[in-house]
Design a protein around this ligand. Structure first.
Ligand SMILES: [Fe+2]
Length: 296
């Protein structure tokens, strides 16, 4: 257990060797002292995903917490926010199955959109979120954990030769496969105050430099990266498959078991995450995202 000195004493317990820590000793329903915000931000940059057990925040308190760390974006580029708060995106696994049943290709989209495969949130826009903050509302008795991977550690473990090659590459990210049919059904989406009627693919470097830590980070994910544009399709597919396998090895990951009321905050610039699809019954979480930079 290490302690970060701040007006509120934060107790920090790392949850694995590579990524993740639990923070206790702070009440997130209160507005935080500047030093506490700084300490939490430092913990986020160091551990990449941090958890605050037992906070039980309302939707408004959730947004107020996030606003101390950046600009809270709309809930999602395509999907609406909850009633009464357009910035809060609710994922109710029972309801989203119904939603997707109404709009086609049920089995695959349900699985992917529910976050049950590895992904980084919303990388299919020019400026993907800096971070996501998840409020665990209803959690099944067993299962439904979330895993995160440290994409800086994964990059650092590659050979210098492969690192150098990857740095020359650009990837295409495309949200149409997961959200195109829903966008058509809703008519338009909104992100960063701009409305749009189609999801056009965007390009991001395969290796980005973290704007705050300076770390090099592998920035491709199987949720939204369609291909690497500089390679033949078969080369792109093989290389991406290798990178996905490599970057989600157990030594780069942590798995967190939720309890209702927990808050999780991850650096979306340096991680992937995936929900473990082993649960039965209700699982409802609410998520907000913080505005990010264009990856470079
Ligand atoms: Fe996600």
């Amino acid at each position: 257990m290490t302690t970060i000195e701040a007006p509120t004493t934060l107790h920090v317990r790392p949850l694995s060797g590579a990524v993740g820590a639990e923070l206790r000793g702070v009440d997130l329903k209160q507005s935080l002292a500047d030093d506490t915000v700084t300490a939490i931000r430092q913990a986020l940059l160091r551990y990449k995903v941090i958890f605050f057990p037992g906070q039980h925040l309302t939707a408004d308190e959730h947004v107020a917490f996030g606003a101390q760390f950046g600009e809270v974006t709309p809930a999602h580029p395509v999907l609406p926010g909850i009633e009464g708060n357009a910035k809060v995106f609710e994922i109710d696994y029972g309801k989203s199955a119904e939603l997707y049943a109404a709009y086609g290709d049920v089995a695959r989209r349900k699985r992917e959109t529910n976050g049950l495969s590895w992904h980084t949130d919303v990388t299919f826009v020019e400026r993907p979120p800096l971070g996501s903050i998840l409020n665990a509302v209803v959690i099944p008795e067993a299962g439904g954990d979330t895993s995160w991977s440290n994409q800086a550690a994964a990059y650092a473990a590659l050979s210098p030769t492969l690192q150098g090659f990857l740095e020359t590459l650009t990837a295409v990210h495309d949200g149409a496969d997961q959200f195109g049919a829903l966008l058509e059904a809703f008519g338009e989406g909104v992100w960063e105050n701009e409305s749009f009627r189609s999801l056009d693919p965007v390009e991001h470097p395969v290796v980005r430099t973290h704007p705050e830590t300076g770390e090099k980070v592998l920035f491709v994910n199987p949720g939204f990266t369609s291909h690497i544009k500089d390679l033949h399709p078969s080369e792109s597919e093989a290389l991406l498959r290798y990178l996905y396998d490599h970057s989600t090895k157990p030594e780069f990951t942590v798995r967190y078991h939720w309890t209702a009321g927990d808050l999780g905050f991850w650096d979306n610039r340096a991680t992937q995450h995936s929900v473990v699809g082993d649960f039965q019954g209700d699982r409802v979480i609410q998520r907000i995202t913080l505005r990010g930079d264009k990856p470079v």
